[in-house]
Write a protein that binds this ligand. Structure first.
Ligand code: ZN
Ligand code: ZN
Ligand code: ZN
Ligand code: ZN
Length: 218
């Protein structure tokens, strides 16, 4: 029993997951076997032509390697962004979810989505520099201070973006002026991980210095 316990402990340590011998990608379920027992990933099993194991030339089968699948699904893996500073380790089946919101991931410029002309990609910690450099007029680098937006002409449809850094959190503040609806819309978007997002409570106070014909809507 003692050895079984020791094995369990060892399994919790981050390991390098087995790779598919054909495409060298990390294995994940479903894992199939050839007639003599070599394990291949799903995409190689489905796409190899002729459907033969490249190692032993035996036929591929639809036989799953359940044990390997289980080991792979329970193994703890380090985040692939480890070299950039992510210390996160997780069960491999949670990896995909984590990668979507890892703050060390390569991400696209959030303004690129809006304007479609920014091709920058980089990491969250570099985004402030990028904004200053390329989108300087939108960039408001205040820390725990009020964001002041001046000279807004509310007679024309327009959109204004601001990157606001407050207590190490990054937000994109968008203001949209819609003259047809006579409305100004505000949105605040937190850039970062969902995990952090759940723990923050932020209070926004909107103040217009002069009441003009547009309505404010928050
Ligand atoms: Zn493969
Ligand atoms: Zn084989
Ligand atoms: Zn990560
Ligand atoms: Zn950009």
């Amino acid at each position: 029993m003692a050895s079984a316990k020791a094995n369990k402990k060892a399994a919790a340590v981050a390991i390098d997951l087995p790779e598919c011998p054909v495409c060298m990608e990390t294995m994940s379920a479903p894992i199939y076997q050839c007639q003599s027992g070599h394990s291949l990933c799903n995409s190689c099993t489905q796409n190899l032509l002729p459907p033969m194991c490249p190692i032993c030339r035996q036929n591929l089968t639809q036989m799953r390697n359940w044990q390997l699948e289980e080991i792979v699904s329970k193994a703890k893996v380090s985040c692939p962004n480890k070299s950039s500073g992510c210390v996160y380790t997780m069960v491999s089946m949670d990896l995909e979810e984590h990668l979507k919101e890892c703050i060390f991931r390569e991400m696209e410029c959030p303004l690129g989505v809006v304007f479609g002309k920014c091709s920058w990609t980089g990491r969250l910690k570099e985004i402030m520099d990028h904004f200053k450099e390329r989108h300087g007029s939108f960039c408001n680098v205040t820390t725990d201070e009020e964001v002041e937006i001046t000279n807004v002409d509310i007679k024309n449809d327009d959109r204004h973006f601001f990157l606001v850094a407050q207590s190490k959190l990054l937000f994109i503040l968008t203001m949209k002026i819609d003259t047809l609806q006579k409305m100004a819309y505000w949105t605040i978007q937190h850039i970062g991980s969902k995990k952090v997002h759940k723990t923050i409570f932020t209070k926004y106070i909107l103040r217009a210095s002069r009441t003009q014909e547009g309505k404010l809507c928050s």
